[in-house]
Ligand binder design. Structure first.
Ligand code: CUA
Length: 176
């Protein structure tokens, strides 16, 4: 019996059926992987209430968008030179937009999302936070310069992510 040539040995190995212990370990690996994925999916749905968008789409975070302060988004005066804004992120826009705010005032943004993660970044400022469904984030900022600022979603959120732009228009302070 002659030794098989290297290329023949490769051919044989390529077409050989996996050995029993190999098949067992392949099976165990696949089972572990499946368990991991199923567990992760269960954890996300159970712990965070995340659901895949369907016709009857509703999440706990969505409730926040339909009741409470986020139903009337916009600028609200809270002090002599302080304001609050309830900003709602949703697929794929910001509400309210365009938003007018006064120059030189302390503006506190309360930000949440009614569906998935979005990124609340205001171009040219230090505002950069994640809009998390079911959670309200807060950031206070003072616009020293009047003008138009872009709100950019910097968290990938689906098909129209790149078009998810909003506008903040900072109106010049009186006498400025
Ligand atoms: Cu919203 Cu990306």
């Amino acid at each position: 019996m002659s030794e098989p040539t290297p290329s023949q040995a490769f051919e044989d190995a390529f077409h050989a059926v996996a050995e029993r212990h190999e098949r067992i370990w392949m099976f165990i690996s696949l089972m572990l992987l499946s368990l991991l994925l199923a567990g992760a999916a269960f954890f996300v749905v159970d712990a965070y209430g995340v659901v895949v968008k369907t016709a009857g789409y509703q999440t706990h975070p969505g409730d926040a968008a339909q009741s409470g302060p986020f139903t009337e988004t916009g600028l609200e005066r809270t002090g002599p030179n302080t304001y609050s804004v309830h900003m709602l992120a949703h697929l794929w826009a910001w509400t309210p937009s365009p938003l007018h705010v006064p120059q030189g005032a302390d503006i506190t943004f309360y930000v949440t999302s009614s569906d998935v993660l979005h990124g609340f970044e205001v171009q040219g400022t230090t505002i950069n936070m994640t809009a998390v469904p079911g959670t309200i984030g807060a950031v206070t900022y003072t616009f020293q310069r009047a003008g138009t600022y872009n709100i950019i979603c910097n968290e990938f959120c689906g098909l129209e992510h790149q078009n998810m732009l909003g506008r903040i228009i900072v109106d010049p302070a009186h006498g400025a």
